[in-house]
Design a protein. Structure first.
Length: 144
């Protein structure tokens, strides 16, 4: 196992540790999915390719595109913020790549209600608060 494939293996393991993350192999490639949606492409694990991963970025997109080993992903995905990351010279900056995996997960993972937020009582909106105030005010002025 080469250093690069070992580093890619660590990144894949990191991605699969996300909540609801699963491993899939469309087109024979390794991808990490959350609830059926791909959030990281890892490509083929043949040890020959210089492809590290593909992620969907928003916050780090401009910085990532400024790096010589990052380019917009093909097939029209680049327009949505997907980038392809090639192997940089030297060691892989795993910490930064993990942050990009986190961001891609946040961008792709469907929003879900947590048990805490769904159990919390809902505060009345402005309109409901105004109606309640108007009822109290009118009942006082009518002498009820």
């Amino acid at each position: 196992m080469t250093k690069q494939s070992a580093a890619k293996g660590r990144l894949l393991k990191y991605a699969l540790a996300k909540p609801d993350a699963t491993l899939a192999h469309p087109w024979g490639e390794n991808v990490a999915k959350v609830r059926g949606k791909v959030f990281v492409f890892f490509g083929l694990d043949d040890g020959k390719s210089d492809y590290v991963m593909g992620v969907k970025l928003t916050r780090a997109l401009l910085y990532a595109k400024s790096l010589p080993y990052v380019e917009a992903m093909g097939y029209g995905l680049g327009r949505s913020g997907w980038v392809s990351v090639k192997r940089p010279k030297g060691a892989l900056p795993n910490k930064m790549f993990e942050e990009w995996i986190d961001e891609s997960f946040d961008n792709v993972a469907p929003m879900r209600k947590t048990a805490v937020s769904s159990a919390a009582p809902k505060a009345p909106g402005r309109r409901a608060a105004r109606r309640a105030l108007a009822r109290r005010t009118s009942s006082r002025s009518s002498g009820r």
